[in-house]
Design a protein around this ligand. Structure first.
Ligand SMILES: CC(C)(COP(=O)(O)OP(=O)(O)OC[C@H]1O[C@@H](n2cnc3c(N)ncnc32)[C@H](O)[C@@H]1OP(=O)(O)O)[C@@H](O)C(=O)NCCC(=O)NCCS
Length: 348
């Protein structure tokens, strides 16, 4: 690779934002659904106190008691779209970075969701349109909860072959519209959120350099976490929990090892936001002190592929020049991956 190409293949998140819907669902809300849910059980076993939803509590109650269906809500325009959520996250990214959408061109736009609005067109096209972003090529990747790692790895590839030198990444998850509200095991887990980032091949202002990415899959586990066409989310929670802890740990260790980093060299750790007890166990096994462990599952639930990137975005102001951040994510597929970032910020 020539020096020029090498320079092109560096990848920086020069703007990042997130969006969390206003509707708050606390644990007591699920008691009112008459499904035998226990608020204390949720805190003890999952560590979630609240989650956000694109749906109003009364719409969820109507779903639970059969007074409406998801299709009815879609028809009534009550399911906020990927494009709408992505544009809100994009708005925060622009506001924080001081960039202006009208001045930008995203050579590659990569969307990602496990709760699609449509089979075609791609959600990347919807998000770019709704954000009024000029684009080169736009397409989606979906590997469920590991989507952010896959998006970044794919973007690195596009930069490395020179097919793009700028880009945008969008993700939005709306699991609260795809769970069975008569199932106390599944419906209490999830929250909705979205993220967006602008990426460039050179640093600008405060930004995160993507130093390395790693993604892997184990398709023998394809049936353990599923959302079949038109059906609700289902998983073998116990089996997945063990696997998720092991892979969260091994994916973080692998990316640190191949970049010659020890735990002491890493400033921040973010895992897949499935369960706070699980995350605490993974962080402890890795040797990260609790102050290095960033999470949002306690107040936003499991946001699928959006949980880790939204946590990253929510903590943007904490990051200082030279900090290293490790993200480790696990999801349906089964898939897992990790990302290593370094913070650039000339002013801090
Ligand atoms: C889903 C998860 C929280 C369930 O926790 P768990 O400790 O495995 O609990 P179980 O599902 O075995 O349920 C234990 C009992 O609690 C009950 N329970 C479940 N939800 C409850 C609730 N909201 N309130 C009260 N009791 C509840 C179950 O019905 C079960 O009761 P039973 O023994 O009478 O049938 C946990 O397995 C998990 O987080 N797994 C990992 C998920 C993951 O990482 N997914 C990755 C991709 S999204």
């Amino acid at each position: 690779m020539s020096a020029d190409q090498n320079k092109k293949s560096r990848l920086f998140l020069t703007a990042m934002g997130h969006y969390l819907p206003e509707n708050v669902l606390d644990n007591n809300f699920f008691d009112s659904l008459n499904i035998g849910s226990d608020a204390q059980w949720i805190v003890d076993r999952v560590g979630v106190q609240e989650r956000r939803s694109i749906l109003r509590p009364e719409e969820i109650r109507a779903l639970r008691f059969g007074d409406t269906t998801r299709d009815d809500l879609v028809q009534a325009g009550r399911i906020m779209t990927f494009g709408q959520m992505g544009a809100k996250a994009w708005g925060l990214a622009m506001e924080r970075s001081g960039l202006h959408t009208a001045d930008l061109h995203a050579g590659a736009v990569i969307g990602g969701t496990s709760v699609p609005d449509s089979d075609i067109p791609s959600h990347a096209c919807y998000a770019a349109r709704d954000s009024k972003l000029k684009t080169g090529f736009a397409f989606d990747t979906n590997s469920a909860c590991s989507t952010f790692a896959v998006q970044l790895q794919t973007m690195r590839g596009a930069f490395a072959i020179g097919s793009a030198t700028t880009g945008a990444i969008f993700g939005a998850e709306r699991y609260t519209s795809r769970v069975d509200y008569s199932d106390r095991k599944g419906c209490i887990l999830f929250g909705d959120s979205a993220y967006a980032a602008y990426v460039e091949s050179a640093p600008r202002g405060k930004c995160l350099e993507v130093i390395d990415t790693m993604v892997e899959s184990s398709p023998e586990g394809a049936d353990t976490i599923r959302m079949l066409d038109g059906k609700s989310f289902e998983q073998d929670g116990k089996a997945v929990q063990k696997f998720a802890i092991l892979k969260t740990v091994s994916a973080a260790q692998a990316i640190m090892e191949r970049n010659n980093l020890r735990v002491a060299d890493v400033n921040w750790f973010i895992g897949h936001q499935a369960n706070l007890r699980m995350l605490a166990s993974a962080a402890q096994r890795l040797g990260f002190d609790s102050e290095k462990h960033l999470y949002n599952v306690d107040f936003f639930g499991n946001q699928g592929g959006a949980g880790a990137p939204v946590t990253l975005s929510q903590n943007w102001d904490k990051f200082r020049h030279g900090d290293t951040i490790v993200i480790s994510v696990v999801g349906s597929g089964l898939t897992w991956g990790s990302v290593l970032f370094r913070v650039h910020d000339k002013v801090s």
